[in-house]
Design a protein. Structure first.
Length: 516
């Protein structure tokens, strides 16, 4: 170890040999630190003026402190390495930020994933429970539905069975009544009350007319009610329902019987509507009967039956007969034969289909006499008779017959005071009422079983004598009524006439039979 040497100032040296050691010690000082250190060394060797130059005492710790206090060395920005280093530092700092953000997001996503997984597991558990509950409910619904369907089928079967029994019983009753009527030879009577129409009080109560059952009707004018009983009573029934009730009677024509249906009633009571009707569901007895006849003919072809149909249409106007299927107004002559009436010049048209009838009906409507009165805007001023003649043959049995269906639309009875007619309308009303009066007289004579029945008193009764007792026919008198209380007097007159007619004996009908 070197010995401490005295300093030039006479003070003992305190560098402990550091001075000699410093040159051999490599201190990597650069830049400003090197400059400052050189300055410090020069300051030690320099002296102030007037004072002797002495070396400043040197302290390693103090030097190190001064070195640390120095600002960091400034980078040399012109050095490419420094630029690249700075760029790397920036990239590293940015990358560290990205890594930190990524770590944060991964942590958040992991937390969310765990939460969602747990929630999904809970939902799966709930879904399974609800699925089981739903399946159980579906099974219960299916069971209840099956039970309901079974009970519905059973109820429908019971209802159908009861309806079938009811229909069967009703058919038996009607068949027995028809048989009784045929055996007694009486005229069948039905009553139809039409609905309210335009110009009438549709809100008017029907308390003055009662319907105890399907075969009874009663009228009450404020005193004691009067009850009537007939084979059929229709309370504002549809056209189809009315026809279905008479279908069995019309079937008799196919079997070889003569059938006549006569519509009777005061003016505006719905007689023409019942017979002619309108279009579609409003079709009346005439078009429905012809359609039914053609349908039956087609069904009987398989049994080798052949049917031919021919139609005629006439009117009795002011006690003269006119052909409604001819445009010219020529009076027709009525010839009375043995048991039948013949009109030589009456036009007869063969029908090949129901469509042929439609053209005939349009022609007849155009030629028929109608006029407006106070009681009826489209009052028929004549009695109309539609006749369908049937010729049937069977190729196997050689059976053959001819029969006829007569559908009669009578003109309505009127009172001069109520109708307020004059001139030609008054003449028409007089002839209409006279013909109806003769018809009522014929019925009364039949009812009393008088020897002489005045069929020849009018053209109408002459034409109807075959179905009123002098021929061979199943006859139905269909009495039509107006619903208004104001017409109750005429309604009662019509019902009284219907009651007398129902007791009239015309003889049991016989089937028309002949061999080829």
């Amino acid at each position: 170890m070197p010995s401490r040497q005295p300093s030039r100032t006479g003070r003992p040296s305190t560098d402990l040999g550091l001075r000699s050691a410093i040159p051999h010690t490599k201190i990597p000082l650069t830049g400003r630190a090197t400059t400052d250190l050189a300055g410090l060394q020069r300051m030690r060797t320099s002296s102030e003026p007037g004072r002797p130059k002495t070396a400043a005492p040197f302290s390693v710790s103090a030097s190190r402190g001064r070195v640390r206090a120095l600002p960091p060395p400034r980078p040399n920005l012109s050095d490419p390495r420094e630029l690249k280093k700075k760029e790397w530092k920036l990239n590293i700092a940015e990358l560290e930020k990205v890594c930190e953000e990524r770590s944060r997001l991964v942590s958040e996503l992991t937390t969310q994933n765990c939460s969602l997984t747990l929630e999904m597991d809970n939902m799966k558990t709930q879904l399974n429970a609800k699925t089981m509950l739903h399946e159980s409910a579906c099974q219960e619904v299916a069971r209840l539905t099956a039970d309901g369907e079974r009970m519905k089928r059973e109820a429908e079967e019971r209802e159908s069975s009861l309806k079938a029994q009811l229909v069967t019983q009703d058919q038996k009753v009607r068949t027995l009544l028809n048989d009784v009527v045929d055996l007694r030879g009486k005229i069948r009577v039905a009553v139809r009350l039409r609905p309210f129409v335009k110009g009438e009080d549709a809100g008017e109560s029907l308390s003055h007319i009662g319907f105890p059952d399907r075969r009874s009707i009663s009228v009450n004018n404020g005193s004691k009610p009067t009850a009537y009983q007939f084979q059929h009573v229709f309370c504002q029934a549809s056209q189809e329902y009315v026809f279905d009730e008479f279908k069995e009677l019309i079937e008799s024509v196919i079997s070889g019987y003569n059938v006549a249906i006569i519509a009777y009633g005061q003016t505006g009571s719905g007689k023409t509507y019942t017979m002619r009707g309108g279009e579609g569901d409003q079709r009346g007895l005439i078009p429905r009967a012809v359609e039914f006849m053609f349908l039956t003919r087609n069904n009987l072809k398989s049994m080798d039956w052949t049917y031919e149909y021919a139609a005629s249409f006439l009117e009795v106007y002011n006690d003269d007969v006119f052909d409604l299927l001819r445009n010219e107004r020529t009076k027709l002559k009525v010839v009375l034969g043995t048991g039948r009436v013949d009109i030589p010049d009456l036009k007869t048209v063969a029908l090949q289909s129901p469509d042929d009838l439609h053209e005939l009906m349009l022609l007849a409507d155009k030629n028929r006499s109608t006029a407006a009165t106070k009681m009826n805007e489209t009052s028929s001023r004549s009695h109309a008779v539609f006749t369908l003649r049937v010729t049937a043959t069977n190729a196997i049995s050689s059976e053959a017959f001819t029969s006829s269906l007569s559908l009669v639309d009578l003109a309505g009875s009127e009172r001069a005071k109520e109708s307020e007619v004059s001139g030609p309308r008054f003449t028409e009303m007089t002839h209409i009422n006279k013909a109806l009066s003769n018809l009522q007289n014929v019925i009364r004579c039949q009812l009393r079983k008088e020897a002489h029945v005045p069929y020849r008193n009018s053209k109408l009764t002459m034409l109807l004598q075959e179905c009123l007792g002098k021929g061979n026919s199943k006859t139905l008198m269909l009495v039509n009524l107006r619903p208004s209380f104001a017409n109750l007097t005429e309604t009662k007159r019509s019902l009284d006439f219907a009651a007398n007619t129902s007791q009239t004996v015309i003889g049991a009908p016989l089937k028309n039979e002949s061999s080829q």
